[in-house]
Design a protein around this ligand. Sequence first.
Ligand SMILES: [Zn+2]
Ligand SMILES: [Zn+2]
Length: 430
Amino acid sequence: MELGGGIANYEVETRGFTAFISESLLQPLVAMPAGMDRGTIVQHLSEMLKCIWEHLLRRIDFARRLTDDPIELSAREEHPVKAIGWAARDQSGVLSPFKFSRRATGINDVTFKVLYCGICHTDLHSIKNDWGMSKYPLVPGHEVVGIVTKVGSKVQKFKVGDKVGVGCMVGACHSCNNCARNLENYCPKMLLTYNSTYYDGTPTYGGYSNIMVANEHFVIRWPDNLPLDVGAPLLCAGITIYSPLKYYGLNKPDMHVGVVGLGGLGHLAVKFAKAFRVKVTVISTSPGKRSEAIEHLGADSFLISTYLDQMQAASNTLDGIIDTVSAVHPLLPLLNLLKCDGKLVLVGAPGKPLELPVFPLLSGRKIVAGSAIGGIKETQEMIDLAARNKITADVEVIPIDYVNRAMERLAKADVKYRFVIDIGKTLKDA
Ligand SMILES: [Zn+2]
Ligand SMILES: [Zn+2]
């Protein structure tokens, strides 16, 4: 059924909707002779319910557009659970305390007290509207961990007191091909933990807040031996590099993998690759990071990408590269490092297109690929593997009122390697 679009069409849409329900669905049902096949009735009823649902969603959207200031409207939408967080109000990106509300614990929901939340580079891009998609007020945070305080009646995986985490997603359609393959991260209807609109029409708010509510499908069980503060960054940074290492077959012990960029993602890429007993070469523009990469993180070798003789000597040695750099950078020197059939996997998101030289791809059947986080099943697998192998992020734990300074430092890559906000101790319930 087509309902058209736009506020001007709303009346027409409503009349059309009512007529459609009445003529196409109800009348055949009423006129249906006794003994009519049950399947047809069920089909009519389910179509009718689908139409009603779609219409309700449109009404929510219509109501939002009635106001010139949708932020004001969303601020008035009160859920029953009072929450406090830190939000950016505009693209200055300055974060400040923000009172809002969370939905009551639904039958499939888990509510938890947030104890720690990692600061991801995406948070910085989002508060400053670098990608032009930010809706304010915006509460960032998608590396959220804490303790369950309430569970819905149908929740099976969790009970009150359990340690849990929520990463980048809080919703997906559960019926598309990607969802069927446990790849909710590639579901066209995937909902982000913050800066998305939830099914009830309200904004999603992230983990720089004292309380989270999420459908249990998107909640990760937290192993007892994995500390919450140093484990939190695994929920985004960890899965972002774990998933491509595995999917592109770079997790086999005889592999030699390059890691470009030694930041929040890169340092975890080295740690996971070493846990897979893969040979690791860190590729960086900073000569000063050599001892850090080799002595502290356990990388096998180190290349400075601007030293042509070093790069030349290492050409044709790598089976794959995880490229974590989110600034515009040349790909040619990296492609030259790959063996035949080598894979260059991009997990950073430069704001502008990169130049892709094709000749080096042809000569050696090389692949340039991408990857974005991972599905919930794989995220759980990654967290469990991290706990078994004692893989944690190197973090600087900060109080919430340091968060604006932390953002300034993150913009200059002045952190080893992830800021984690101590929400539990420093975000006071106002
Ligand atoms: Zn992230
Ligand atoms: Zn889906």
